[in-house]
Design a protein around this ligand. Structure first.
Ligand code: UTP
Length: 297
């Protein structure tokens, strides 16, 4: 394996895979991709794009399935809505609509078959070229003081190695996600020795799992192209990252932030309830409602 070719480049590109079938969110996912499900009044993917913009990302590639037009419409100017708002004296709402559209340059490509997250990432090769890039899993929403993408970029800038965002999770989740073998370098920062996707209980290295944010270098593509299908018959990004960790090296950041799995129904309900209580417009009314409602449970 050649040395990392993309050292010290500023990170300005991100990839958001959003082409998964989302079978845990059936039946809604037949018509609406989970990345377009709302958190209060904005689709999940809007939060991801905001996280990127707040971390210095300029260009984002969204890997889509059948939902391309829905996403394009969301990130476009909406002149008909602007006209309607003007007519009804609600001009003050227009800048927020424009702000969402202006956050980053957004590019789209379709993953022609849903053969797994690793397969989806191969569709980013032309967009990325030799540049290091961030991947935000489309169904992992994280709220934090400092954007998690920024936390990961800062670790990359220090160590010049591919970097993954991790958290310690309960054993039942480790078995669904992945388990990392790590040794500590400094507070919240670890070197990854190896990892395993969906381990059995006797295969668990640690409770650290990768949660939705990774920074990869372009060496990942050659690894992915050679990779046989892994768990579930899919091309698993974790399998490629394991090879990367063992050959090039990899850093794990135990990030600060609260993460929600929007790919599960319970995650969807939790994030909406919690964010609604914090919403500047609706929060106080919703909190009052919730207090009364819990009394009836
Ligand atoms: P998941 O493994 O959670 O997605 O992928 P899934 O397969 O859609 O979900 P379930 O298990 O059937 O409910 C994590 C991220 O990778 C994307 C998904 O859209 C999600 O954002 N993904 C997954 C792709 O873009 N393509 C794929 O082939 C698989």
């Amino acid at each position: 394996m050649s040395a990392v070719t993309s050292k010290n480049k500023k990170i300005t590109k991100a990839v958001i895979p959003a082409a998964g079938l989302g079978t845990r969110m059936l039946p809604i996912s037949r018509a609406v991709p989970k990345e377009m499900l709302p958190i209060v009044d904005k689709p999940a993917i809007s939060y991801l794009v905001e996280e990127c913009a707040a971390s210095g990302i300029k260009d984002i590639l969204i890997i889509t399935g059948r939902s391309k037009t829905m996403m394009e419409d969301y990130f476009d100017y909406s002149l008909e809505y602007e006209a309607k708002l003007k007519e009804s004296g609600r001009e003050d709402e227009i800048p927020e609509l424009r702000r969402i559209a202006d956050l980053c340059n957004i590019h789209y490509i379709r993953q022609l078959e849903t053969k797994g997250l690793g397969h989806a990432i191969t569709f980013a090769h032309t967009f990325v070229g030799d540049d290091p890039f961030v991947v935000l899993y489309g169904d992992d929403i994280i709220f934090s003081e400092k954007p998690v993408v920024k936390q990961i970029i800062e670790a990359y800038e220090k160590y010049n190695l591919p970097t993954v965002g991790v958290k310690e999770v309960p054993v039942e989740l480790v078995m669904k996600y992945d388990s990392l073998k790590v040794h500590q370098l400094e507070e919240k920062i670890y070197k990854v020795e190896t990892m395993i996707e969906k381990p059995r209980i006797d295969q668990i290295y640690s409770h650290f799992s990768i949660l939705g944010r990774v920074l990869l270098t372009s060496e990942i593509f050659d690894i992915l192209y050679d990779l046989p299908p892994g768990a579930g018959g899919e091309i698993q990004l974790t399998d490629a990252m394991k090879i990367m960790a063992e050959t090039i090296g990899m850093i794990a950041v135990d990030f600060e932030g609260t993460r929600y799995d929007l790919g599960s129904k319970i995650g969807f309900l939790k994030v909406n309830t919690e964010q609604a209580t914090k919403n500047p417009e609706l929060g106080s009314e919703f909190r009052e409602y919730l207090k009364e409602f819990v009394k009836t449970l």
